[in-house]
Design a protein around this ligand. Structure first.
Ligand SMILES: Nc1nc2c(c(=O)[nH]1)N[C@H]1C(S)=C(S)[C@@H](COP(=O)(O)OP(=O)(O)OC[C@H]3O[C@@H](n4cnc5c(=O)[nH]c(N)nc54)[C@H](O)[C@@H]3O)O[C@H]1N2
Ligand SMILES: Nc1nc2c(c(=O)[nH]1)N[C@H]1C(S)=C(S)[C@@H](COP(=O)(O)OP(=O)(O)OC[C@H]3O[C@@H](n4cnc5c(=O)[nH]c(N)nc54)[C@H](O)[C@@H]3O)O[C@H]1N2
Ligand SMILES: [Mo]
Length: 767
């Protein structure tokens, strides 16, 4: 096999339009282990991105010794990315948490499960039975647990405690995907299929560095690009990413200006008659208003706002407006940037205007990032109601109350669910007194870390951290619960194109670590949550039973899992909803079916049921319009540059796993900052120099990498925290020391891609 650190994508297997993507099996086994030595292969899928690449885990002597792609699976046909090939080594890390920890006299000390759970349950009971009750509870979970775990957490939070203060780190990740899908099509759920890559004749990547972040999806795109009749490619990204370098056309927009660009492109498409009048008339609402708003964005104005060439905007419009089978993907360059939901909705608009949806090759992926983010959203562990139900729709609430056999008023639905940034605000203000953090590391991943550390350190906040490692966040915990992870527990999860995979337990977790499902079930049992008839609220005890319970909850809803079983999943991934959604041009916007009554895209204001019904959507999709507005933070004299943050192919998030996989960590061991040569020259900065980067919130130090980015913008990967640096070498390096507490008004997703900073040289390359 090729060196997949040097070449993350491996060899090309070119193919033509309409052909099946050829299989290629990627394998990596520990040094000295050969395939015949493996005792057994256990079915799973990848957990370090949202692509859902199917794989088998190799087990020898009851240890994980490698992985191999599953060639029969619809998603990856055997391929794996570098993080999947090497990342499993973190499971065996000697510093895994093996016993619960509790805080005694200010220090975390090891203890047993009874002691740790008893502390948690005692504090919970005090709070729940005292004044303020559920209002004191906050749950901050993940996009990395399994469906069964989220559903269980959702039920215990909503029907056991009854708090609206529950969200996932999915708020930082794909809240905008959910919002844009709901706003345009009525409910969450990707319209497209990964098979659309096989059929498309143009691919547009909107703020998505897919080459580094969904490597196997990129392999599929590259294989089409190297085959006969390749698809055209457009990249919109301020950086010169591998995607931008491959694309036929790259628009290096100024960060934060996506909405202006989209308005300009839609204006061109309408003005040139490149839209499908019949599709628009039959299947959409809002065309006149959209045409009116975008009319104010002629290419010259757009070129100026976005700082790109007017001729390139015209070329982009032509590429998009003349492709019959257009495939779009949208990710963090839109979701974490200015006007996130508004801009993501314009990509939906583009597809609706072109009638490019629900057909082979014509589709849109409002992407996910984390492997199981789709399930956080579907099961309601992000605060939404499970089954893509609308909290404002009394019938939906009643269905759940009947299913769970609880009083309707127990289920929080009297106001929108509390979004993550607001949960942290309540903790800061002292009304949330118990914050249970599972499978996320906010002390590195949330914006404005100095503030997050202050909140975590509050003496009146009881912090529970459920993780594999003693993370930067765990250091602030009152109780640390050691969890089992992928490979050590069984469950299902759903990728971007709605493909559900089963991941089976391959080996035992280390020490006393337990599956997250068991932790949540144990809590529910100790809290003695009951239904209306006095029976236990949660009647399941195994992953498969939890999955069966979820099937009953999802039945009849757009994400209907009722025909899927563990047994069928043993054959390979299965999509809910079929290959593509909306092939019949009927969307989930009917008021009885929709997940939302809609929001104003500029202010986020929620519409009422009456206002929504008055629009008579009747299965038509919404074309939402919005004017461009500058970011909440723009450059100033003191902070003249724009900061953007993001990822590298070798590391995953806060590196708790990839930082413990030697090949991956060696490939990207420390933070850096990307600078345009002009910006570097102005500060006398050369490649490799140590640079100080400061924002109104804080400062970090990073080595300079000159080039690969547009002028006026600097880029810092957000992976690097402090767990693996010696205390005496704690130079600040986490990108989120710099980022701003600000979010999209509709999706409430934090703006990680736009902040104002200044830079200065600190030292030369060797110093
Ligand atoms: N290797 C690796 N893969 C991952 C992950 C990881 O940590 N490492 N994480 C997974 C997760 S959870 C996620 S969410 C995804 C994220 O996947 P991506 O969204 O592809 O990754 P990012 O690097 O966050 O951002 C993508 C691009 O947005 C660009 N950008 C910044 N600001 C703007 C803007 O205003 N406009 C436009 N058009 N572009 C802009 C950046 O230059 C960057 O190249 O990756 C998943 N896959
Ligand atoms: N500046 C900036 N900040 C960002 C972003 C950005 O682009 N720029 N991106 C944002 C995005 S899209 C995301 S998704 C977040 C990610 O941010 P985080 O969620 O904080 O990142 P991770 O490092 O993946 O943290 C997951 C934690 O869960 C633990 N874990 C893994 N598996 C399991 C399990 O099975 N059970 C339990 N209990 N624990 C487990 C891991 O050890 C790790 O500590 O960061 C966000 N923050
Ligand atoms: Mo994410």
């Amino acid at each position: 096999m090729t060196d997949r650190i040097a070449d993350p994508w491996g060899e090309r297997t070119p193919y033509g339009p309409g052909d099946a993507w050829p299989a290629r099996v990627d394998t990596h086994l520990a040094d000295g282990v050969q395939e015949p030595d493996v005792d057994r292969w256990v079915q799973s899928a990848s957990i370090l991105h949202s692509n859902g690449d199917a794989m088998d885990i190799a087990v020898k002597d009851e240890r994980i010794v490698g992985v191999r792609g599953r060639p029969g699976d619809r998603v990856n046909r055997g391929r794996l990315g570098p993080k999947d090939l090497y990342g499993w080594q973190a499971n065996h890390s000697p510093d895994r948490l093996t016993r619960p920890l509790v805080r005694d006299n200010g220090r975390l000390v090891e203890t047993d499960w009874d002691t740790a759970m008893d502390r948690l349950v005692r504090r919970s009971r005090e709070l729940l039975d005292g004044p303020g009750g559920w209002g004191h509870f906050g749950f901050y979970t993940s996009g990395q647990l399994f469906l069964e775990e989220y559903y269980t957490l959702g039920v215990l939070g909503k029907a056991g405690i009854g708090t609206p203060h529950m969200d996932g780190n999915t708020r930082l990740c794909t809240a905008t995907a959910a919002s844009a899908l709901k706003a345009s099509f009525g409910t969450d759920g990707q319209p497209g299929s990964y098979a659309d890559v096989d059929h498309c004749d143009a691919i547009a990547l909107w703020g998505h560095n897919v080459a580094e972040t969904q490597t196997v999806l990129w392999m599929r795109m590259l294989d089409r690009r190297r085959g006969p009749n390749p698809p055209a490619m457009l990249a919109v990204d301020p950086r010169s990413t591998p995607v931008a370098r491959e694309a036929d056309l790259h628009l290096p927009v100024r960060t934060g200006t996506n909405q202006a660009l989209m308005n300009g492109l839609l204006r061109e498409i309408i003005a040139r008659g490149w839209y499908d009048e019949r599709y628009v008339a039959e299947h959409t609402i809002g065309f006149d208003e959209l045409a009116r708003v975008v009319h104010a964005y002629p290419v010259d104005r757009v070129a100026e706002i976005c700082d790109v060439k007017a001729a390139d905007v015209e070329r982009a419009a032509e590429l998009l407006g003349t492709a019959d089978r257009l495939l779009s993907t949208v990710l963090q360059g839109f979701y974490q940037s200015n006007q996130a939901t508004a801009a993501a909705c314009q990509v939906n608009n583009l597809h609706l205007l072109r009638g490019a949806i629900g057909r082979p090759g014509a589709g849109v992926y409002q992407m996910n990032g984390q492997p199981t983010a789709q399930n956080t959203r579907e099961t309601g562990a992000d605060g939404d109601l499970p089954g893509l139900r609308n909290w404002g729709n009394p019938d939906h609430v009643r269905e759940l109350a009947e299913l769970w056999n609880v009083d309707e008023m127990t289920i929080p639905h009297w106001s929108p669910p509390t979004h993550a940034m607001q949960i942290w605000r309540y903790a800061e203000q002292g009304s949330i007194k118990l914050l249970w953090i599972s499978a996320t590391n906010p002390a590195v991943s949330l914006p404005d870390l100095a503030r997050i550390r202050r909140i975590l350190a509050r003496p009146d906040l009881f912090v529970v951290v459920q993780d594999l490692f003693r993370t930067e966040t765990a250091e602030y915990a009152d109780v640390v619960l050691p969890a089992a992870t992928w490979g050590e527990k069984t469950g299902t999860f759903t990728n971007v194109d709605r493909t559900v995979h089963l991941s089976e337990k391959a080996v035992d977790p280390p020490g006393d670590a337990r599956p997250d499902l068991d932790i949540f079930l144990d809590y529910a049992r100790r809290m003695d949550f009951r239904d209306r008839d006095g029976e236990p609220l949660i009647g399941w005890s195994t992953p498969e039973e939890a999955f069966e319970a979820w099937k009953r909850c999802s039945a009849g809803r757009p994400c209907d899992y009722s025909s899927i079983t563990y047994e069928r999943l043993r054959g390979g991934g299965i999509q809910w909803g079929g290959e593509r959604l909306y092939s019949d041009g009927v969307f989930n916007t009917d008021p009885d079916r929709s997940e939302t009554y809609g929001q104003d895209l500029t202010t986020g204001a929620e519409f009422t049921a009456e206002q929504y019904r008055a629009k008579q959507p009747a299965g038509r999709a919404f074309l939402h319009a919005a004017d461009y507005r500058p970011s909440p933070e723009v450059p100033s004299e003191e902070f003249p540059l724009l900061l953007s943050t993001g990822r590298t192919v070798y590391q995953f998030h806060t590196r708790t796993k990839t930082g413990r996989a030697p090949e991956l960590n060696a490939a990207a061991p420390d933070v850096w900052v990307e600078l345009h040569p002009d910006d570097a020259a102005r500060q006398d900065i050369a490649d490799g120099d140590l640079v100080g980067i400061a924002s109104p919130r804080g400062g970090i130090e990073a080595r300079a990498r000159i080039g690969g980015i547009r002028p006026g913008v600097v880029f810092v990967p957000f992976h690097y925290g402090y767990f693996d640096v010696a205390p005496d070498d704690r130079r600040p390096r986490a990108a989120n020391e710099l980022t701003v507490t600000a979010w999209d008004p509709v999706s409430k997703q934090p703006i990680f891609k736009v902040a104002a900073v200044r830079i200065a040289k600190i030292a030369g390359p060797e110093e």
